[in-house]
Design a protein around this ligand. Structure first.
Ligand SMILES: *Cc1c(COP(=O)(O)O)cnc(C)c1O
Length: 394
């Protein structure tokens, strides 16, 4: 039995997506830049896909640029906005709990003469819009705040930040890789200028994604070469990937309300069961402003790494911090940013459900975690010590 509880790391490609992509590997393989009809058909198909994605965001077709995923979108937005607007200023505002696609790009920019303000977050992982406004300076050119966090699932007040950015005439980018396809997003209403999304996080193919860039924003090319993507992103288009991406976006959008309702129900059930039946446990992230699929819980007196290995032997795929940091021993920067001690951060696991997750899966995972946490604590000298002191006070 395999129970996959790591949908924030990646998702399985939807069967309809694979079906839609298939013809573009054989009959419809032509390079869209060709002059013959089968090339022209692919060119038209790409534009149709662009429109499909624009529709899900209430954006315009020409505001969507296809990329090879979330990391590329984040790099493109930050590096090229920084470069284009460097004459206006060299100050960027972001937060301490961004994905490394943003944080490491900011570090790169700092090495190239830009100054970055990393905003603190509250204990739920929320950025305070007042602090965003206070951080704006004369030379601020860009604010980048993620839509929803990949580790703790907290959703940011994007509309409020968008309004502030617009009022101060500062560009606003959001890494929406975890949010797009999961919760409704309207870029016009939220006053977002640039938005990153990635296909494989919403049942599209890996190595696909898009960057939304509002009309009027001056963006430069990250990949130089041919004239694809309005001359801004060179390279023969990944036609099957683009078709898969748009199909996944369409499906995710069409079934969103129903899926959100279902996932929230499973999420709340699992959180309730885990917290009430396992003592010394706590939920991380915001209780309500939270992605429908995210559960992040800390267990005191438990080594989360050991717990994950044991869950794996029982067929359960779960994660510690983010998948990207699982190889490092350092506790997650996100858990640090919300004020968790190193010890508690090490006892933290992330379970991210999906539309295929059943109640039976949930019950199995709850039972396994309960059993394993109990076992690990029995071996923990700290737990024994804590227990004896607790009872001594009694
Ligand atoms: C997964 C993820 C990324 C990176 O996306 P890739 O398509 O894997 O490059 C960026 N930001 C967030 C918030 C993510 O969860």
């Amino acid at each position: 039995m395999t129970v996959y509880m790591d949908h924030a790391a990646t998702t399985s490609t939807h069967p309809e997506v694979i079906r839609a992509m298939q013809p573009y590997f054989h009959d419809k393989f032509a390079n869209p830049s060709g002059i013959y009809s089968i090339a022209k058909e692919n060119r038209q198909k790409i534009e149709k896909c662009r429109q499909m994605i624009a529709d899900t965001l209430h954006a315009k077709k020409n505001e969507i640029y296809f990329t090879a995923g979330g990391s590329e979108g984040d790099n493109w937005a930050l590096k090229e906005i920084a470069d284009t607007y460097s004459k206006k200023g060299r100050h960027i505002i972001t937060t301490k709990l961004e994905h490394h696609g943003i944080l490491h790009t900011c570090e790169y920019l700092e090495r190239h003469g830009f100054e970055v303000t990393y905003l603190d977050v509250d204990i739920y992982g929320r950025v305070n819009p007042v602090q965003v406004e206070r951080a704006i300076r004369k030379d601020t050119i860009l604010i980048s705040v993620m839509f929803a966090n990949n580790e703790i699932g907290t959703i940011q007040p994007i509309g409020e930040i968008g309004a502030i950015a617009r009022r101060h005439n500062v560009l606003f980018h959001t890494d929406a890789v975890q949010a797009y396809g999961q919760i409704p997003i309207d870029v016009a209403c939220l006053q977002v200028d640039l938005l990153t999304a990635s296909g494989h996080k919403f049942r599209g193919p890996k190595g696909t994604g898009f960057l939304y860039v509002r009309d009027g924003v001056k963006l430069q090319s990250l990949i130089h070469g041919g004239a694809q993507e309005q001359g801004l992103r060179a390279g023969t288009e990944n036609v099957p990937g683009i078709v898969g991406l748009a199909t996944a976006a369409y499906i995710a959008d069409a079934a969103m309300e129903q899926r959100m309702k279902y996932e929230i129900q499973i999420r709340e059930y699992m959180i309730g069961e885990l917290l009430t039946t396992i003592p010394y446990s706590q939920l991380n992230g915001h209780p309500e402003q939270r992605l429908p699929n995210n559960i992040n819980i800390s267990f005191q007196f438990v080594d989360g790494g050991a717990l994950l290995v044991m869950l794996d032997t029982l067929g359960i795929c779960a994660s510690g911090g983010s998948a990207c940091t699982s190889a490092s021993k350092e506790p997650s920067h996100v858990l640090k940013a919300i004020g968790l001690s190193d010890e508690l951060a090490r006892g933290t696991i992330r379970l991210t459900i999906g539309e295929e997750t059943t109640k039976k899966d949930a019950d199995y995972v709850i039972a396994c975690i309960r059993e394993l946490v109990g076992g690990l604590r029995e071996q923990s000298p700290f737990y024994e010590d804590y227990q004896s002191r607790f009872h001594a006070v009694d």
